[in-house]
Ligand binder design. Structure first.
Ligand code: ASP
Length: 602
């Protein structure tokens, strides 16, 4: 790892080194340290206080043998989280006091002078809680975020985050990319979410939109000839928040000219490998395997497959169609399929658990989950009766279902069964520990459909965004059968999470017009929303493409955090509130007035 990217600070007016990084060679020297009073232990006349800063801990030893009486008195009055500066002699701890778990666990500072730089009030949440203490309620922690952030886990998370971003910067810089900022006050962007808007005071009644991504600007930078752009970009999307979403998030956003997919993948893979290496010392092997969207859906039921799970979905429609089981007859008669997967050794999963998994499948929109187990006495489970004899033997042979195995089945239309099969595969694999934690499931998913049908209206929406190049060459084809057209869009999936997406962009005016037509944009709307981009394209646009990596998600995965909130310094709650600063807030009448806004009278 490149330690220089988060290297040790030089000595300052207040300290010779950071607490957790005092070198052992300094034993015997007089040194000065500063930080927060962490834990304390009082052994009568002798007091130990841990001095903490970002780097770690140094044990301070106050002892009448070397500490003057007034300093002992001051130490007695110190409270948790007071900020102090101390001087003393660096010494080795007595052998029985060595703590092998901390880098400075063999050292202590024998304090001869101390000054309190600031005092802490009584803490609303403990910083130095006992190791097994449960964390306080998250709302309270978010309210006092600055105290929560003092915990060492956070220090590590943000160090990893910093190193990963620094690695992305240097990897892209080495590949000839220029870091260029794009505006925050802009027009609506076409990422498909709702915009945050900012009223203009100068232009009463008009609004800026905050960017959902720098998409349009980065494409225009390609028209300008910058050739390779990147930005550590803040993106804002006003969505109804689901469990682990944030209204603002960070992307490593990049765009490049005169490229096809292979060129983009190469740059992106090396950048991700650098981020993981610098971030956590993980060796990521490139190139990543590639799967088309259809293959991913067929083999895993999702476009974000977790490749650490070896089980794949199989289509059993032909094997099970004729066995006489009513559900199968009905589903196949309606054109549905019977798909499933084998859980080796899954025979031990209890009936009640399988019943609960059936509920889980239904929650995902499937009619239900069926199962059969193969035991010493033959098959058991819902359709078991129909598997006696040749049909069952053939199934076992063809699908490698051995004694003790479980076969999970979901029947119906793919749109209903795929989500269920995906969730069942991941849930059962986690429960029976079939996720290979030592593996790294990196892959590209490519060839997404260009359009998706809106679940409610059936209208076409862009599956990536409207500026993605279709795989088809002709606008006529695209207009005739839009839902069959594939996009030159791609995602990077890591262990079942989408952490990057991008596309080769459409730089052909006829195709672009056809796409916008399918999406239902009138000429006026097109001109109004994206006119500046399309106009720019009239003056010589190079073929171009790019990607954006979700930094928050990437770092969450690197450090194994439970939530994005653990790698974002000041996150919002799932209800999009900032609890520490108390945002959003109401504006007073006069402020509203300045924007020409009036509160709706209720
Ligand atoms: N703008 C896209 C996004 O935010 C990424 C890209 O296509 O480069 O997902």
């Amino acid at each position: 790892m490149n330690e220089a990217s988060s290297g040790a600070p030089r000595p300052t007016a207040y300290r010779d080194a950071m607490c957790g990084a005092v070198p052992e060679e300094w034993v015997g020297r007089e040194i000065r340290l500063s930080g927060w009073a962490h834990r304390r232990r009082d052994l009568g006349a002798v007091v130990f206080i841990e001095l903490r800063d970002r780097s770690g801990i140094m044990q301070l030893a106050f002892n009448p043998d070397w500490t003057p009486a007034d300093v002992l008195d001051a130490a007695a009055g110190l409270k948790a989280e007071d900020v102090i500066t101390v001087e003393g002699t660096l010494a080795e701890r007595p052998a029985d006091a060595v703590n092998p778990d901390v880098p400075t666990g063999r050292l202590e500072l024998r304090v001869t002078a101390m000054r309190r730089l600031s005092e802490s009030d009584t803490l609303p949440i403990l910083v130095a809680a006992p190791p097994d203490d449960e964390l306080p309620d998250e709302e309270l922690r978010l309210r006092y975020r600055y105290l929560d952030l003092r915990r060492p886990e956070f220090m590590r998370n943000f160090e990893v985050r910093h190193r990963a971003i620094a690695a992305a910067r240097s990897s892209l810089s080495a590949d000839g990319f220029l870091e260029i900022e794009t505006p925050l006050l802009t027009r609506p962007t076409p990422e498909g979410a709702r915009d945050y808007v900012v009223p203009s005071r100068v232009h009463e009644g008009e609004f800026y939109a905050l960017p959902q991504s720098p998409q349009l600007y980065k494409q225009i930078l390609m028209v300008s000839g910058f050739d390779r752009y990147f930005q550590i970009a803040r993106c804002l999307r006003d969505e109804d928040l689901r469990a682990d979403r944030q209204p603002e998030f960070t992307q490593v956003d990049a765009e490049m000219s005169f490229v096809d997919e292979n060129d983009v993948f190469d740059v992106c893979e090396r950048m991700l490998a650098a981020m993981w290496w610098e971030g956590i010392g993980a060796d990521v092997s490139v190139p990543f395997p590639r799967l088309t969207h259809s293959e991913a859906m067929e083999r895993f039921g999702t476009d974000k497959p977790d490749l650490r799970i070896a089980w794949e979905l199989v289509d059993l429609t032909d094997s099970l169609r004729g066995i006489g089981f009513t559900i199968f007859e009905k589903v196949t008669a309606e054109g549905g399929r019977i798909r499933g997967f084998v859980v080796p050794g899954g025979g031990t999963i209890s009936r009640s658990r399988l019943e609960a998994l059936n509920g889980l499948a239904q929650k995902q929109g499937a009619a239900g989950m069926l199962w059969v187990k193969r035991g010493a006495e033959g098959w058991s489970g819902g359709p078991a009766r129909f598997l006696k004899g040749a049909a069952g033997d053939q199934l076992a042979r063809e699908r490698g279902i051995n004694e003790g195995d479980l076969l999970v089945l979901v029947a119906g239309a793919d749109a209903e069964t795929s989500p269920a099969l995906d969730v069942l595969r991941r849930t059962i694999a986690t429960e029976v520990e079939a996720v290979d934690e030592t593996a790294n499931g990196w892959l590209w998913v490519t060839d997404f459909p260009l359009f998706e049908a809106d679940a409610v209206t059936g209208a076409a929406t862009a599956s990536h965004h409207p500026f993605t190049m279709p795989s088809t060459a002709s606008a006529t084809e695209l207009l005739e059968d839009p839902f069959s057209v594939r996009a030159r869009a791609y995602d990077v999936v890591y262990n079942g999470w989408e952490i990057c997406s991008g596309s080769i962009r459409c730089h052909d005016p006829a195709l672009q017009e056809a796409i916008l037509q399918v999406l239902g944009f009138s000429r006026e709307e097109t001109r109004d929303r994206f006119g500046f981009l399309l106009e720019a394209f009239r003056y010589g646009v190079p073929p171009h493409g790019g990607f954006a990596v979700g930094v928050d998600r990437a770092v969450t995965l690197m450090v194994g955090a439970a939530s994005l909130r653990e790698v974002i310094a000041f996150p919002k709650t799932t209800a999009a509130r900032g609890l520490m600063e108390d945002a959003p807030t109401q504006l007073g009448e006069s402020e509203l007035d300045a924007f020409g806004l009036r509160r709706r009278s209720s």
